[in-house]
Design a protein around this ligand. Structure first.
Ligand SMILES: Cc1ncc(COP(=O)(O)O)c(C=O)c1O
Length: 365
């Protein structure tokens, strides 16, 4: 048996380490996971109740086209229903975009440290990947523009960027979109947009009126707290959405996910609460980093990338032994860790553990 040549070397996706594994491996009873940018405040009670109600129908296939959810979301976003597509998380939309658009040899442009699934799916489709270095942790849009050729199919812009947490503002983005040739699709991944409070942060959905070659990705996994139900969406021009729909698995989102997502959209209070708590968490953690003299990228999502000034796997392991799971091993940032914002108590535990780890490392020299 021989798979496609281009997938032989592909790594299996490494998620944040599960809490259960760490408890078992290290014999710890109290473990805090700040590794996957989940919502530490859970999800809307309305969403949970809706998912539980749908369990009664679990023996029936879901509505493959998510008609009810589409109608509610289209109304909320001010777009036409045919501009929306749902996926098993926004990861599924990334996969479908790659499947629908890349032929072997096509080119795709992305930042050199960004959400791993753009590269992963492009590699599966045998596209040629052009990675452009981030500048101060931020997408360098003029440099990305300069890499576009006749063969470029998709440019990926992650805003805020995972893992650095930085944003490009409206002026920077529109100056870029104005120059991207019409044959190139720009995928604007806004997985963390609901956390951003910056006035000049662009609203990708509003930009769709002007730019037909733009697709915006969003998810219910982050501020909506529905990670395990796996539901996200894409918004774009109806022609582009139709192509993506043509490669979609028939029943890619579940009844429970659709119902919970729909209910979530009506719970503005929950979202406002999460945004406020997240901001307080960022202010607290960055204040502590300042006191420790550690540098970090400006954080606009629900995570912070901080330079711990030591090899990050070492700090990761030391934190793990104290029951704190973060993310490390970034190719271009070997001394940075990425930490998700948790509850106040979790954030305090993390800071306390980090202080101890850095103190112990300083003693060792
Ligand atoms: C930037 C970005 N895009 C997309 C996703 C995918 O999320 P999901 O598939 O859960 O919607 C993530 C998840 O961490 C992410 O960080």
């Amino acid at each position: 048996m021989q798979p496609k040549d281009n997938i032989v070397h592909l790594p299996v996706y490494q998620p944040g380490k599960p809490i259960e594994d760490v408890k078992r491996e290290l014999g710890l009873s109290d473990v805090v996971k700040l590794a996957s940018n989940e919502n530490p405040f859970g999800s809307s009670e309305l969403a949970k109740a809706a998912a539980i109600r749908e369990l009664e129908q679990v023996h029936l296939y879901p509505d493959g086209a998510s008609v009810e959810l589409t109608a509610v979301l289209a109304d909320k976003l001010g777009v036409k229903p045919e501009q929306l597509i749902f996926g098993t998380g926004s990861s599924d939309i990334i996969l479908m975009l790659a499947r629908a658009f890349f032929a072997p040899g096509d080119e795709t442009v992305m930042a050199d440290e960004t959400f791993s699934q753009y590269k992963h799916n492009a590699e599966i489709e045998n596209a040629r990947i052009v990675e452009v270095p981030l500048k101060d942790g931020k997408h360098d849009l003029p440099a990305m523009l300069a890499q576009i050729t006749d063969k470029t199919k998709i440019v990926w812009v992650c805003n805020p960027n995972n893992p650095t947490g930085t944003i490009v503002n409206e002026e920077e983005l529109t100056a870029f979109l104005d120059k991207v040739p019409a044959h190139v699709l720009v995928v604007l991944d806004e997985a963390y947009c609901e956390f951003v409070e910056q006035a000049d942060f662009p609203d990708g959905v509003r930009l769709l009126e002007k730019y037909r070659n733009l697709v915006v990705l969003r998810t219910f996994s982050k501020i909506y707290g529905l990670s395990s139900l796996r539901i996200g969406y894409g918004v774009g021009h109806p022609d582009v959405i139709r192509y993506i729909n043509q490669v979609r698995e028939p029943f890619n989102t579940t009844r429970m996910a659709q119902a919970a997502a729909k209910a979530s959209l009506s719970d503005e209070d929950f979202i406002a609460h999460c945004r406020k708590e997240n901001r307080a968490g960022i202010d607290y953690m960055t204040g502590e980093f300042d006191r420790l003299g550690l540098r970090y990228f400006p954080a606009y999502g629900n995570f912070i990338m901080v330079d711990v000034e030591r090899p990050s796997p070492e700090v990761f392991d030391a934190l793990l032994r104290k029951g704190i799971i973060v993310r490390s091993r970034w190719t271009h940032y070997p001394s940075h860790i990425r930490v998700s914002v948790g509850t106040r108590e979790q954030n305090e535990k993390f800071i306390e553990a980090l202080k101890q780890v850095l103190r112990e490392a300083a003693v060792r020299g």
